[in-house]
Design a protein around this ligand. Structure first.
Ligand code: HEM
Ligand code: HEM
Length: 161
């Protein structure tokens, strides 16, 4: 009954970053409803910057960890095309948690401002691209759980039953 899983560190980093990403979308999409210069807008903005910077630090740790620790082998019966698609999606998600915080940091710093508006514009475009990839990622996890019934989710959960 033992199914190979990700190691504990990978699992915790995955869920910590996933939760932090939820905070990023929530804050980024919510502050617009408050007036410019208002207290709630300022607080949401500060949370966005702090949590986004934490994501960047965790992403560096996570990618270094991943490069030195193997993922469990693909579940039995997974087609080559699905395997490649999953690796591509995962690669893009890793890229997202590095590039998006960097663009955010460029947007708010003097150095970033000196190179033009493109970091901010790209940050805004990538918001939607990343949201779409995450949606596909979560849909794939749900599909595995409830359609393929292969319990793939267990590989990314801390319980070892
Ligand atoms: C409710 C939300 C989420 C669910 C249910 C979920 C579920 C999963 C599962 C089950 C796996 C393991 C796949 C496998 O065994 O091959 C996985 C891997 C992964 N997830 Fe998520 N995930 C979620 C959110 C996120 C978010 C927001 C990110 C964005 C950074 C993310 C990034 C990744 C990456 C990069 C991997 C690949 C790990 C590796 O092989 O290195 N996930 N996810
Ligand atoms: C992976 C991490 C991040 C995600 C997912 C993310 C997501 C978002 C979202 C959803 C918005 C609102 C977009 C809209 O109004 O339509 C936004 C805007 C913004 N983000 Fe981020 N963000 C991240 C990291 C950061 C970091 C680290 C910083 C700064 C250090 C930052 C700075 C900004 C700024 C300044 C804006 C507003 C730009 C403007 O309205 O002019 N972001 N981000």
């Amino acid at each position: 009954m033992t199914q190979p899983t990700y190691d504990r560190v990978s699992i915790w980093l995955h869920w910590l970053i996933a939760a932090a990403m939820a905070i990023q979308f929530a804050t980024g999409w919510l502050w617009g409803i408050y007036e410019r210069g208002s207290e709630p807008r300022f607080i949401l903005f500060r949370i966005h910057i702090v949590v986004g910077s934490v994501i960047f630090a965790l992403a560096l740790i996570r990618i270094s960890w991943r490069l030195t620790h193997k993922a469990p082998p693909p579940p039995a019966g997974m087609s080559r095309a699905t395997f490649i698609a999953s690796k591509a999606a995962h690669g893009l998600l890793y890229l997202a948690i590095i590039v998006q915080p960097l663009l955010g940091l460029l947007t708010i710093t003097a150095f970033g401002k000196s190179i033009g508006r493109w970091p901010r514009d790209l940050h805004m475009i990538l918001v939607n691209v990343i949201a779409a990839i995450i949606l596909i990622h979560v849909a794939a996890a749900i599909w595995h759980q409830f359609v393929r019934l292969d319990n793939l989710m267990r590989r990314m959960l801390p319980s070892r039953i």
